[in-house]
Every structure is written in C-alpha cells, then in structure tokens.
Design a protein around this ligand. Structure first.
Ligand code: UDX
Length: 448
C-alpha cells in the first residue's frame, strides 16, 4: 500500500478572501481524493480554520499587515499590500518546504498572488494558477488594457448601454471595473495577474467548458499555457467549511417550514457593500413582494452601520415569520434546499455556479469586477435570471421578486436553468469534459 510519504505533494498558496478560499480548499480536496498530499500555505490575515481540514498540513506565513491595512475598505489596496509584504515570507517558506519534501510536485497559487513567479522559477518548482472567475469574465479581464486604452472604463453614463465591440454580449456598463479609490491600482493588478498567468505552467478554472465554448476557444488562442476547466469543484467533493464567518444553521430549520420553491434567498457575497438607502429599499421591496425571504446581511455590508439597526422599528415583527435575516448562511445548503426558489445575488462566480448547480434562477445585482460580466451572461446570454439594471428602488425589487417567483416569465427562466444544472452534473462524470480535464491535469502534474 502507498505510504503517505510516497504521495506527491501539492503546495496550495491560498488567497485570504472568502470567494478565493472556498474554491481553493475544494480543489485541495479534489487532489487529496486523487491521492495527493496537500500542504496549505496561508497568511495570518483571514487565516482559514485548519481543524476543518485535518487531512491537510497547514503552514502560516506572516503577512505583515498592520491593523489599519487589514481593515482598509479598499480591497484592491489590501491585495497590493499582501503581494508586496508576502514576497520574503512566502519565499522563505517555500524554500524550506521544498528542501524538506522530496515528493514536491507543484505549487498551486491563487491568481491574485501575482508576485510568485520569480520565486517558483528560482526554486525550480512548477507553478499552476487557480483563476476563480469563469471564462467569460476571464476573457473580459484579459482585454483590460485595450478597454482602458479605448477609454471604455471611464466612459460617461450616456454610453453605459452601448455594446462593447471587442466583447460580444457585453455593454459598456458590464466591463470589469474595480471598486478602488485610484483606478491605476486596478490596472497594476490586471497587468500583474496577466503576466503571472502567461508565465505559469497552467491555469485551472472552476468552470465548465460546455457552458462557455467560444470563450474557451478565445482563451486558448490568447494564452500559451495549458488550461484546465474542471468545475464545478464543490460538486466533486463532500461539503467542508472554509468559511471565515460563522454560518447561521438556523436558516435550514426555518427553510424546512416554508413551501417548496417559495423562498427568495438574498446575499451579496463577502466583499460588496451597499449604502443605507439601498438597504432600506431592498428591505421594503422584499416585504412588499409578500414572498418569504432569507436575507444574508453580513456585518459590514451596509456602509456606516454595524448591522440592521437602521431597519424601521417593528419591521421584523410585522413580517410575522415571513422573513429571516442572518449574518452569514450555509449558502450551498440553502441553495440546495427544496424551499429555495430564487436567489438575489451580486453574481460572484462561486455564488453563480452554486446557483446553477441547484437550478435556482437569479436576480442580478452586481457591484464590481467579474460580477457585472456574470450578471449579463445570467440575464441576456443564458437567460436564467433577471437583471436589476437601474437604481435600486423598492418597486423594482418587489416586481423582480414577484416576476421570478410567481409569473409565467419566471417559470420560463426556471425551465432554462435546468439543462445547465444537468450539464454541470454530467461534465464531472466519466465521459464529461471536466472529468476528462481533471484526468489530464493529474497526468500533467505527475509528468513534471
Ligand atoms: C469575490 C468576487 O465578488 C467574485 O466576483 C469573485 O468571483 C470571487 O471573489 P465573493 O464576494 O466572495 O467573491 O462572492 P462569491 O464568489 O459568490 O463567493 C462567496 C462564497 O461565500 C460562496 O462560495 C458562498 O457559498 C459563500 N457564502 C456566501 C456563504 O457561505 N454564506 C453566505 O452567507 C454567503
């Protein structure tokens, strides 16, 4: 029998944001199940809970973020700080790990660690990059410099609905814009990520190539490295939590009491924030829709407030149990619950693929980055959701919830998402594209 020592070892360098931790831990489990040993290299900042992964080895590196840097609301700034401060700690850590590990196979890094290529080249270890977005968003990001040069990223409101000649399906307002004080920091990020991707030994996507065949062709033309679409990751492994916030499990017993497909679930992910007026408009829209709702209001979601203290007095009581608000939910279980019938989402790729896999149609309220691209694909290309295009007003929320949950149009949308769920199920089985791509990826890693 194979001993633990004889197994090839993959070093996973995780990026400390929720939407990046979930897929990389799922990926770690996929490789573990295929016979690899997994060593996780992580920062102290947003450190994952190692007790949920007793089968992995964990090594932490000091990231050197000060308290004010770690709580900076500008996520792009945090990202750059981490990339500059982790160079030496990651280098020292990797050097030590490689010297102690005769079976080191490769390093898998999140694409947001754009500094790592010099070090992996220096230590002579192959570096594969995990890109957590889908192919459509990836193609849009890869044209970032062209979009910037042509002035599309800073255009006037009057052009917001104009098509983007370089990116079929997208409108100017869908381009992957970053939430940052200084737009140049977004450009630096993109340049760094692109350079790091192009010099890598391969790129892994939590994506399904059958859903984005044209974007795959385009990516293959543009990128001179092997690409592996092996999603949906979370459907390949048993659930395990890499959640940074505690999931409120009372959501599930509340859902148990609701009628099938009656509940609209609302979550805007782990980074996006809204202002207080938007929060109140969503609250009234949900209430006026008369539909049961489960709403994740993450601490920090609403600018300038702690949590939901600004809801009008008696708002919750007057719902008489028809609505539940929590700080963080077990999202995958919520989406898989028979009572959940719709998802008002910020369209982060994890949330989108999780929703597709449960055939839950969406209402899109994107904020930044890939979310805008995903929203356009959900509403106009795949036609599996509605898009909140305009200013957030209670009447729009109420109408979109009613349309999705109770109208014929909603029924049609629900029908269209079913074949996508089936594709997601089939692709990871024998003969499916993601199954084949994973086998190829494993053979590729073992050939190093
Ligand atoms: C960010 C970007 O917003 C996103 O566009 C990019 O693709 C990844 O990084 P995030 O805001 O975290 O992502 O959204 P998303 O990609 O949807 O990931 C959120 C994850 O948190 C999902 O896996 C979801 O299941 C989980 N989650 C969310 C919970 O477990 N509980 C919740 O209450 C909400």
């Amino acid at each position: 029998m194979e001993t633990r020592e004889a197994k090839p070892v993959i070093f996973l360098f995780t990026f400390p944001l929720q939407g990046h931790l979930n897929p990389i831990f799922q990926l770690g489990n996929i490789f573990f199940n295929k016979g690899f040993s997994i060593t996780v290299i992580h920062t102290n900042f947003n450190s994952p809970n190692s007790s949920n992964f007793p089968h992995f080895t964990f090594v932490s590196i000091p990231d050197g973020l000060s308290e004010s840097e770690a709580t900076n609301p500008d996520v792009i700034d945090i990202l750059h700080d981490l990339n500059s401060k982790c160079v030496a700690p990651f280098g020292n850590c990797l050097k030590k790990l490689i010297s102690q590990e005769p079976n080191a196979a490769c390093v898998i890094v999140d694409a947001l660690w754009y500094f790592t290529h010099d070090l992996t080249d220096k230590f002579g270890i192959p570096r594969i990059v995990l890109r957590t977005v889908n192919l459509s968003a990836f193609v849009a990001f890869s044209k970032f410099h062209v979009l910037r040069e042509k002035g599309y990223l800073s255009l006037q409101e009057s052009k917001a609905d104009s098509p983007v000649p370089e990116l079929p399906y997208l409108r100017m307002k869908d381009l992957p814009w970053f939430q940052t004080e200084d737009p140049r920091t977004g450009d630096t990020l993109q340049r760094g990520v692109m350079k790091s991707l192009k010099s890598s030994s391969g790129i892994i996507f939590n994506a399904i190539e059958d859903l984005e065949p044209d974007q795959l062709d385009e990516t293959l033309r543009e990128f001179p490295v092997p690409l592996f679409c092996i999603g949906p990751f979370h459907k390949r492994v048993s659930p395990s939590s890499s959640s940074l916030l505690t999931q409120d499990m009372t959501c599930l017993s509340w859902l148990d009491k609701q009628a099938s497909k009656s509940v609209i679930y609302i979550s805007l992910g782990s980074i996006a924030a809204i202002d207080e007026s938007e929060f109140l408009e969503i609250a009234w829209g949900l209430r006026n829709s008369n539909q049961p709702f489960l709403w994740v209001v993450r601490p920090g979601l609403i600018h300038g407030t702690e949590w939901i203290e600004n809801l009008p007095k008696g708002f919750i009581e007057n719902l008489e149990g028809r609505g539940k608000i929590v700080k963080w939910a077990p999202q995958m279980e919520v989406l898989a619950h028979r009572a959940t019938g719709g998802f008002l989402t910020h369209c982060g790729w994890n949330s989108t693929i999780e929703s597709i896999c449960e055939a839950v149609p969406m209402i899109c309220k994107p904020s930044f980055g890939d979310q805008r691209v995903n929203a356009r694909y959900i509403s106009d290309v795949w036609r599996i959701g509605l898009h909140l295009e305009n200013k957030i007003e209670r009447v729009n929320i109420e109408n979109s919830v009613r349309t999705l949950m109770t109208s014929l149009e909603g029924e049609e949308i629900r029908k269209r998402i079913l074949p996508m769920k089936e594709t997601a199920e089939k692709c990871i089985k024998l003969g499916g594209s993601s199954h084949r791509n994973l086998e190829n990826l494993i053979a590729y890693i073992l050939s190093f």
